[in-house]
Design a protein around this ligand. Structure first.
Ligand code: SAH
Length: 394
């Protein structure tokens, strides 16, 4: 196995437990990156020659190495994959009584570049690195042994694959159904299994949706960026008086109607859907004088890369202000951000800013993050991304 050598003092983050090596940290005189094939295994050395662990290299990527072991000369082989996947499965089985969860959260499960969502017998995989892609046959074998899945779908339409020089074409093994029915918090959600506008279901908000719905009794609910209705439908099933779903996608709003009908049939007459851009629709709602007692705001990531931070922050500020302005006195807002680059303090400042602008005191009742099937690697802030704050505006 070849060695990858770090420049002097570039071992600190890795020694503190982080798993990534950036290309500017490599001593390319001692270990030219061009010598490595994409996905090749290597032993990582510090500048003095001390072994730090084993990693897979992608010479063409900014994150040019990801550690899979703290031991030298350790291949990312079938044995290691099986062990890590079995551990990931065990963690979920201890926590969840039903087989519907994120089974593997990449670095958070010590499997860089691998995301797996489990829908009982159907698995959706997102492979984000050349190293994992090269080990796909091993991975499939391990999963078949461990779970005997009915189908595997490789959702390859993710930006990370572009950075690693991988194809974006979807692949499947076994019969993938058109729809999945996801059980969550006592509801059942129908979502498209394949070729939907999203990969299926956002398991990361499970606990936050449940907390949101505790405020549902008698509430007029607005579910902004609703997708299949995760927040609004859960609230409807817990006694809301009315629900309005807002999403840019008509297909998503069709799912909301279907899921509301299935979980709170009595509320269909008190349901409304609004199609279009949230910024525009919220502005119109505010102008019309309409107010809600319970609002979920769960936008797509406005900051995907650090360089979008300023523009993204402005968008978070604006949408939070718009959403808060629609609250009746004593109304509750659940505001979420899935941008890693918007940290929790910054989201808190967006809330405080909206409250100040509106001249209304805001108090935070609940602070949530991603569910336990999305483990955060303690040394890698990059694996923490979701924040949800439930706030009362008086
Ligand atoms: N709240 C959902 C997940 C939201 S995903 C849940 O609990 O599962 C983000 C959603 O925002 C997607 O459905 C997408 O169609 C929608 N979206 C993206 N940009 C939008 C915009 N500018 N206006 C309205 N909806 C938008």
């Amino acid at each position: 196995m070849r060695t990858l050598v770090l420049k002097k003092d570039e071992d600190r983050r890795i020694s503190a437990g982080h798993l990534w090596v950036f290309s500017n940290e490599v001593d390319t005189r001692k270990s030219p990156l061009a010598d490595f094939a994409p996905g090749e295994e290597a032993t990582l050395l510090d500048a003095r020659g001390k072994a730090l662990g084993s990693l897979c290299v992608n010479p063409g990527s900014l994150i040019c190495g990801r550690l899979h072991s703290r031991l030298p000369r350790t291949p990312l082989d079938e044995t290691l994959l099986r062990q890590r996947l079995a551990q990931a499965l065990d963690m979920r089985q201890r926590r969840f009584s039903e087989p519907w969860y994120r089974l593997c959260h990449g670095e958070g499960d010590l499997l860089p570049g691998l995301i797996i969502d489990r829908y009982d017998g159907h698995l959706t995989l997102q492979i984000g690195t050349a190293a994992m892609e090269a080990r796909k046959p091993l991975l499939v074998r391990c999963l078949e042994e461990l779970l005997r899945p009915v189908s595997l779908r490789f959702d390859n339409d993710i930006p990370a694959r572009g950075l690693e020089g991988l194809s974006r074409e979807e692949e499947t093994l076994g019969p993938v159904p058109e729809f999945l029915e996801v059980p969550e918090n006592g509801c059942r959600f129908t979502v498209p299994a394949a070729r939907g506008q999203k990969t299926g279901w956002f398991y990361d908000q499970r606990a936050n949706r449940r907390e949101f719905a505790r405020y549902a009794a008698g509430a007029d609910v607005l579910d902004i960026f609703s997708y299949a209705g995760g927040f609004g439908v859960t609230a409807a099933a817990q006694g809301a008086a009315s629900v309005t779903f807002l999403d840019a996608s008509e297909a998503a709003l069709d799912l909301c109607r279907r899921n509301l009908e299935a979980n709170a049939p009595g509320l269909s007459a008190a349901m409304q859907t609004l199609a279009g851009d949230a910024f525009q629709r919220l502005g119109e709602l505010a102008a019309s004088g309409r107010r809600f007692s319970l609002v979920s705001l769960d936008p797509p990531a406005f900051i995907k890369r650090r360089k979008d931070a300023a523009q993204g922050l402005a968008a978070y500020r604006k949408i939070n202000l718009l959403a808060a302005s629609l609250l009746a006195p004593g109304g509750i807002l659940a505001t979420s951000s899935c941008s890693h680059h918007l940290d929790a303090d910054e989201l808190g400042r967006c809330i405080a800013r909206a409250a100040a602008r509106l001249g209304r005191p805001a108090r935070i009742l609940y602070a949530g993050g991603q569910g336990p099937d999305h483990p955060v690697h303690a040394a890698m802030p990059e694996t923490a991304y979701l924040k949800c704050r439930i706030v009362r505006f008086d």
